[in-house]
Write a protein that binds this ligand. Structure first.
Ligand code: ADP
Ligand code: MG
Length: 724
C-alpha cells in the first residue's frame, strides 16, 4: 500500500466499496457478508478498543497486563528445545530487561534477532510464565527481569530512530474483524472512509449520518455524529486519546445514545412485528373463579398486588399477546398474582403453563398451585425432565386432550414437543438470568399457527430501572412495590467463621422456640459433586454439633422424590435445620423459618444473597440472616457484605449490584457471551437510557422511514432485528 493515493473524484459516502483503493469485486462480496456495502458503512465499524502506540515505555516502567510500545537492544537470542521449541530473546534499554518469547519462528527471522540489533515492539506484558520451569529447562539462560511478552509485534530499528509511523496514529483502533477481513485491511479501508467523510461538505455529511433533528439533540449538549465518527476512528490529539481510553470522551456518549436508541427501536420493532403477526386468545372469562380463589386465601391482597393483577387481567382480555414482566422484591407475593392470572386463563377456557428454573421450585409451585386450584375444580399437572416414561405419556395425553388445565414444570415443558389443547398463558418464574435473545427464542415456543399464548415473566430479584428499560425493553413492566403487612425486616449480621460457636448457639436458640433455620453451603466449584459432598459433610458436622435438633440435607444431585420428601418434611416442621446448597436460592417458601445462615457468603453475588435472605422473614416473627466469611475478607467481599447488612430494599440491592459487578454479570450475558453494546455502558450512560427510549418513540412517530436504516447501520442486515 505504498502507491499514490488514487481516489476517484466521484468518491462519496454512498459509493460502493469497489470505489475504494484495494477493493475488488471479491473483496466487496466478502465485506457485503459483514453488512458493509458502501463507504459509509465502514464508518459504522466502531472500534472494539484501542492500542496506544503513541509513546515508548521504558522497560523498567512496563506494567503487567498492559499493552505497550517499547524498544531495546537484543542482549541474547537463543533457541531452546524443551518440551516445546522456542526462541527466547532478551531485550535491554538501560532501564531494564524483558524477555520476548516466540513459539513460531523461522530461521531467517531468528537471524535478524541477533545480539546488538535494536527492536521496537508492541505487545501485552505478562509476568514471566513459570519462571522456575523455564529455568529448569534452560539452565544457561539467566533470569532477565520478571516480565515477558509472547509473540510481540516488532520491527528492527536504528538505535536512535525517532517515533514516526507509530506516532502518526494517536491510538490504533482495533476493529471487529471477521470472515477473513483482518485488522490492517479494515484499518486501511476505514481510513479511506474517514478521509471521504472529512472531504464531504458538512451539510451532506449531516444529511447522510445525523438522522436525529438537531433540536432533539441540542438540549443534551452532545457532539454531532459526523464529528463523533471521525474522532472514534482517528482520535486527533493526546487528550482525545486519553478521554477515549478512559471511556469519558463526549463522542462516546453521543455514540452510546445512538446505540441505545437503536436498541430501543429494534426492540419496539420486534414487538410490533410480533403483535402484527400473532394474536393471542382473548382471556376475558367470568371472574367468579378468581373470586373463589381470593375468598379462599388466608389474607387480603396488598394494594400493589391488586394493581398488578388488574394490569394483567386487562392485558389478557386483548388479542395482542401480553408480554409482561412482573417485578417485586423477594416475598412481595408474586405467586398469588401468577395464580390469579392462571385462574383467569382457565375461566376463559384455556390452559396455562407455569415454568420454573429449578426442579425444586417447580415442585413447590406444583404443590401450591394444586392446593389452591384443585378445590376450584381445576386440574393441575406436573411435567419435568425426570418423569417416568409412562407418567410423561399420560400427562402429555391429558394436556393434548385438555384434561389438565394447568401444568407446572421446568424447561421440560417446552423441550419435549408437548402439545396443548389450547394454551392461553405461559408464566415464567424467576428467570432474570435470561438475555434478550434467549427470551426472544423462548417466546416462539408454544406458538401454534398464528396463535401465541400470553406471556408473563416474574423476576426473582428486582432489576434496576435503567436495565429494565434496555435489557427488558421488549416487555411491559409491573412492579409490586409493597410487602404484605406485618413483615419485620430481616436482621442481617456479618460474622467471621471463627465465631461459628456463637452461630450454632443462635441456631439452637431459634429452633428451641419452635422456629426453623436454613444453613446454606456456598462452596462454588465447577463440579456440583464436590458441592454436594461439602453440603453432606456440613450436615453431618452440624448434626453432631447440634444434638437434639433434626437436621435435613438438600442438594441438587438428590433424586427428585428425595428432594421433595425433604422439602415436605421441612415445611411440615419435621426438620429443624435444613442444610442446603444454593438450590434453595429461588422461591422456596416456608414462613416458619426465621434464621438463614450463609457460609462463605462473600463468594456470592448480591442478587443471590438477597434471594437467599428472602427465604426468611416471610412470617410474623423477627428473622435474622447471618453472613459468615473466612477471614481475611477481600475488598470486594467486604463491600458486598456491607451492602447486604445495610440494605433491605431489593431495588437498592440491585442498583448496588449493578455498580459492583457491572451489567454483563447481572443480565447473565457474560456467561452467554451475548454482548449487548459496543459503545454504550449501562452504568456510565444510565441517564441516556430514558432519553433514548423517548427519542425512539419520537422517531417511530415522526420519521418512521428512518427507523430501518438507523437499525441497519448498527446491527447490520444479518441481525435478527433487521430481519423483521
Ligand atoms: P415472592 O414474591 O418472593 O415469590 P411469594 O409469592 O412466595 O413471594 O409470597 C411470599 C409469602 O407471602 C407467601 O407465604 C405468601 O403466601 C405470602 N403472601 C403473599 N401475598 C400476601 C398478602 N397480601 N398478605 C399476606 N401474605 C401474603
Ligand atoms: Mg416466588
Amino acid at each position: 500500500m505504498t502507491g499514490p493515493l488514487l481516489r476517484s473524484p466521484a468518491l462519496s459516502l454512498q459509493s460502493p466499496l469497489t470505489a475504494l483503493r484495494g477493493v475488488g469485486e471479491r473483496m466487496a462480496q466478502r465485506l457485503a457478508r459483514l453488512g458493509i456495502h458502501r463507504v459509509i458503512d465502514l464508518l459504522w465499524q466502531i472500534p472494539l478498543r484501542y492500542q496506544d502506540r503513541s509513546h515508548l515505555t521504558a522497560l523498567a516502567e512496563l506494567q503487567i497486563g498492559s499493552e505497550a510500545l517499547f524498544q531495546g537492544e537484543v542482549l541474547r537470542s537463543e533457541v531452546r528445545f524443551g518440551r516445546r521449541r522456542m526462541l527466547l530473546v532478551t531485550l535491554a534499554d538501560g532501564s531494564g530487561e524483558i524477555l520476548l518469547r516466540f513459539f513460531h519462528f523461522s530461521a531467517p527471522q531468528q537471524a535478524t534477532l541477533a545480539p546488538g540489533t535494536w527492536l521496537r515492539c508492541y505487545g501485552e506484558v505478562r509476568p514471566r510464565a513459570a519462571a522456575a520451569r523455564v529455568q529448569d529447562m534452560l539452565p544457561r539462560v539467566p533470569q532477565s527481569g520478571k516480565l515477558e511478552v509472547v509473540h510481540p509485534e516488532y520491527r528492527v530499528i536504528m538505535p536512535d530512530e525517532p517515533l514516526s509511523a507509530e506516532a502518526a496514529a494517536v491510538l490504533t483502533a482495533i476493529y471487529p474483524a471477521g470472515d477473513g477481513i483482518g485488522q490492517p485491511l479494515l484499518r486501511r479501508l476505514v481510513a479511506q472512509a474517514v478521509r471521504c467523510l472529512v472531504q464531504t461538505p458538512m451539510t451532506d455529511a449531516h444529511a447522510r449520518i445525523e438522522w436525529l433533528p438537531p433540536q432533539w439533540l441540542s438540549p443534551l449538549g452532545l457532539p454531532d455524529l459526523p464529528t463523533a465518527l471521525q474522532i472514534i476512528h482517528q482520535p486527533p490529539s493526546r487528550s482525545d486519546a486519553r478521554a477515549l481510553l478512559s471511556g469519558q470522551h463526549p463522542i462516546q456518549r453521543r455514540l452510546a445514545l445512538e446505540e441505545l436508541l437503536v436498541q430501543q427501536l429494534a426492540v419496539r420493532r420486534v414487538r410490533q412485528h410480533h403483535a402484527a403477526q400473532h394474536h393471542a386468545p382473548v382471556l376475558d372469562g367470568p371472574q367468579a373463579l378468581r373470586e373463589s380463589l381470593l375468598a379462599a386465601l388466608p389474607f387480603a391482597l396488598t394494594g400493589a398486588q391488586q394493581r398488578v393483577i388488574t394490569e394483567i387481567i386487562s392485558d389478557l382480555a386483548q388479542t395482542r399477546p401480553m408480554q409482561r414482566l412482573v417485578q417485586g422484591d423477594v416475598g412481595s407475593g408474586k405467586t398469588v398474582v401468577a395464580m390469579l392470572a392462571v385462574v383467569q386463563a382457565v375461566a376463559s377456557g384455556c390452559q396455562a403453563a407455569v415454568m420454573a428454573p429449578t426442579e425444586i421450585l417447580a415442585e413447590q409451585h406444583f404443590h401450591s398451585f394444586r392446593a389452591a386450584l384443585q378445590p376450584l375444580g381445576i386440574e393441575v399437572g406436573w411435567l419435568a425432565g425426570r418423569l417416568r416414561a409412562g407418567e410423561r405419556r399420560d400427562t402429555r395425553q391429558q394436556l393434548a386432550a385438555g384434561v389438565i388445565q394447568v401444568v407446572v414444570g421446568t424447561h421440560a415443558l417446552f423441550q419435549q414437543g408437548v402439545e396443548f389443547a389450547q394454551l392461553g398463558l405461559v408464566i415464567i418464574d424467576e428467570q432474570h438470568r435470561f438475555g434478550v435473545h434467549q427470551r426472544l427464542a423462548l417466546r416462539n415456543k408454544g406458538v401454534s399457527g398464528d396463535q401465541v399464548p400470553h406471556q408473563l415473566i416474574m423476576t426473582a430479584t428486582p432489576i434496576p430501572r435503567t436495565m429494565v428499560m434496555t435489557a427488558y425493553a421488549d416487555l411491559d413492566c409491573s412492579v409490586i412495590d409493597e410487602l404484605p403487612p406485618g413483615r419485620l425486616p430481616v436482621n442481617t449480621v456479618v460474622v467471621a467463621d471463627q465465631r461459628r460457636d456463637q452461630v450454632l448457639e443462635r441456631v439452637r436458640a431459634a429452633c428451641g422456640l419452635g422456629q426453623q433455620a436454613y444453613w446454606v453451603c456456598t462452596l462454588i466449584e465447577e463440579s456440583d459433586v464436590l458441592q454436594c459432598q461439602a453440603a453432606q459433610q456440613s450436615a453431618q458436622r452440624l448434626a453432631e454439633a447440634l444434638p437434639g435438633l433434626k437436621v435435613g440435607l438438600l442438594h441438587g444431585r438428590m433424586k427428585p422424590a428425595d428432594k421433595e420428601a425433604i422439602m415436605r418434611a421441612f415445611k411440615q416442621r419435621e426438620l429443624d435445620l435444613l442444610v442446603a446448597t444454593t438450590v434453595i436460592e429461588v422461591g422456596v417458601d416456608v414462613p416458619n423459618a426465621t434464621l438463614m445462615i450463609i457460609e462463605d457468603a462473600d463468594r456470592l453475588g448480591l442478587a443471590q444473597l438477597h434471594q437467599l435472605r428472602g427465604r426468611v422473614g416471610r412470617g410474623q416473627s423477627q428473622s435474622s440472616c447471618v453472613l459468615m466469611y473466612q477471614a481475611p475478607l477481600s475488598q470486594r467481599g467486604r463491600e458486598r457484605l456491607a451492602v447486604m447488612r445495610d440494605t433491605r430494599d431489593g431495588f437498592e440491592v440491585a442498583r448496588r449490584d449493578l455498580e459492583l459487578r457491572g451489567p454483563g454479570e447481572i443480565l447473565g450475558t457474560r456467561q452467554t457471551g451475548e454482548q449487548m453494546f459496543r459503545v454504550a455502558d449501562l452504568l456510565r450512560d444510565q441517564d441516556l437510557i430514558p432519553e433514548a427510549a423517548r427519542l425512539a418513540e419520537r422517531l417511530l412517530h415522526e420519521y418512521p422511514e428512518r427507523v430501518t436504516p438507523v437499525i441497519r447501520r448498527w446491527l447490520g442486515e444479518a441481525s435478527r432485528y433487521a430481519e423483521v
